[in-house]
Every structure is written in structure tokens, then in C-alpha cells.
Design a binder for this molecule. Structure first.
Ligand SMILES: NC(=O)c1ccc[n+]([C@@H]2O[C@H](COP(=O)([O-])OP(=O)(O)OC[C@H]3O[C@@H](n4cnc5c(N)ncnc54)[C@H](OP(=O)(O)O)[C@@H]3O)[C@@H](O)[C@H]2O)c1
Length: 230
């Protein structure tokens, strides 16, 4: 189970439900994990090797975060971009620029900035695994959620561009598309849904760990549905 021994794995959004599961998955496989999130208090509870508080939409903070994390062990092998968020909104004709920009910042800007500052480190080592988190809503969009669906579609396209730009290197970029995750918040919001059909966070974490594994070197640019039984 120590397939990621000697690897440094950074997880953004690590204070959230999937972020914590992703940290656990990497720790179980022997990685040195760095949990990154904007929520300093919840970050204290995360069972990672190190933590870093950072607003991933603020470019100077992201630059400083990756520089400091790099100094810890002299390498960053894995980046799992889990940070993100969801907001239901009005119909397209009532959507505001703030609705649009807010979803784009939390989902697309966070992933892009983390990639921007990890890539020089990975290129120097000629090794890296980037795993982004989109959503099933890219493939099956819903009404009243245009900013969310479009911002997650941007994460998918970002991944495909990265895969092309890294094709001649030891770096891969892939993206998982979670269906509804079995989280306390989703259970509270949808008490009458069949929760057994939702995807458990640890199953998503296993998919992320698989894409992070050194043996997954030939998987590049994959967009992987992880929907559970729904
Ligand atoms: N939950 C679902 O059913 C579902 C379905 C499909 C896709 N997804 C995606 O899966 C990922 C994880 O979902 P989750 O349910 O685990 O979400 P979560 O519990 O809300 O965790 C997301 C974490 O990211 C952090 N974050 C947000 N913006 C940030 C920023 N600018 N800088 C640093 N950290 C930031 C959040 O902090 P704050 O809480 O302080 O904002 C939170 O700790 C997200 O990308 C989400 O869009 C979720």
C-alpha cells in the first residue's frame, strides 16, 4: 500500500469533505501530504503531514504557498485540485456578473492558479501528477446552475489543454467528474434522496490516488466519471 512513499502530495480544498478523504487516501499510500485551504480552523483537524492556509484565488498567496511547500521536501509530485464550490442560481437571464465571476473564481481560477505555480516545479523534475475535480454537471447540466456548470466545464478544458502541453514530459493531467457526493451537507439538503446511490468520498479519493500513482503514466487528459450508482 506504500505506492506513494517519498511522494509529496498537495491537496487543495483539503478542509472539505472530499479534500479530507483525498488526504487520507494519499496518507494510506505513504505520501507526505500538504493540506491547503482557506479555512484555517478546519484545516487544524485535517490528518495531513503539513498544512498551508491560502486563498487560492489570490495569485501572490498561491505563488508564496507553492514556493514554501516546495521548500519542505524539495519536490511536489502530486497536485489534487479539490477546492471548489456550488451555488444554485436564477435562470440565465437573471444571472449577474457577480454570480458568474464568483463560480468562475472558486472553481476555475483556484485550479488554474494552483497548476500555474506547481508546473515549473514539476517540469524541473520531469515528473508530476495533476488531478482536477470537475462535476457530472459538465456532462449533465441542470437548470438554474449555468455559472456552476460552465465553471466546471472550464476545469475540464483546462485539464485537456494541460495534458497537451505536458504530453512530452513525465507530467500527466487528468480530471474526475464526481456525481452527487455522500456528504453531510447533501444529506441535510436532500433528506429524501436515495443516499446509497451517491458516491462515497473515499471512492473518489481512490480514483484520485489511482491517477496519482506513478504507474498511471500513460493516462493523460482523461475525464473520468465517478458517479457511484446514480
Ligand atoms: N459535493 C458534491 O456533491 C460535489 C459534486 C460534484 C463535484 N463536487 C466538487 O468536488 C469538490 C469537493 O466537494 P466537497 O463537497 O468536498 O466541498 P467542500 O466540503 O465545500 O470543500 C471544498 C473546500 O474548498 C475550500 N475552498 C473554496 N474556495 C477556496 C479558495 N479560494 N481557497 C482555498 N480553499 C477554498 C472550501 O473552503 P470554504 O468552505 O471556507 O469555502 C472547502 O474547505 C469541489 O470542487 C466540488 O465542486 C462536489
Amino acid at each position: 500500500m506504500n505506492s506513494l512513499a517519498d511522494h509529496v502530495a498537495v491537496v487543495t480544498g483539503a478542509a472539505g469533505v472530499l479534500g479530507q478523504a483525498t488526504i487520507r487516501g494519499f496518507e494510506e499510500r505513504g505520501a507526505f501530504t500538504v493540506a491547503v485551504d482557506c479555512d484555517a480552523k478546519r484545516l487544524e483537524e485535517v490528518p495531513s503531514s503539513a498544512t498551508h492556509v491560502c486563498d487560492l484565488t489570490d495569485e501572490p498567496s498561491v505563488s508564496e504557498a507553492f514556493s514554501r511547500i516546495h521548500q519542505l521536501k524539495g519536490r511536489i509530485d502530486i497536485l489534487a485540485n479539490v477546492a471548489g464550490g456550488f451555488a444554485m442560481g436564477p435562470r440565465v437571464e437573471e444571472t449577474t456578473v457577480d454570480d458568474w465571476a464568483g463560480m468562475f473564481r472558486i472553481n476555475a481560477v483556484t485550479a488554474w492558479l494552483a497548476c500555474k505555480y506547481v508546473l515549473p516545479i514539476m517540469r524541473e523534475a520531469d515528473f508530476g501528477r495533476i488531478i482536477n475535480v470537475g462535476a457530472r454537471a459538465v456532462r449533465k447540466p441542470g437548470a438554474r446552475m449555468a455559472p456552476y456548470c460552465v465553471s466546471k466545464a472550464a476545469v475540464v478544458t483546462l485539464t485537456e489543454v494541460l495534458a497537451l502541453e505536458c504530453a512530452e514530459t513525465g507530467i500527466t493531467a487528468n480530471c474526475i467528474l464526481p456525481g452527487t457526493i455522500d456528504t453531510p451537507r447533501n444529506r441535510a439538503d436532500m433528506p429524501d434522496a436515495d443516499h446509497s446511490r451517491w458516491v462515497p468520498p473515499e471512492n473518489l479519493a481512490a480514483a484520485i490516488a489511482h491517477l496519482a500513482d506513478p504507474s498511471s503514466q500513460s493516462i493523460n487528459g482523461a475525464i473520468v466519471p465517478v458517479y457511484g450508482r446514480s
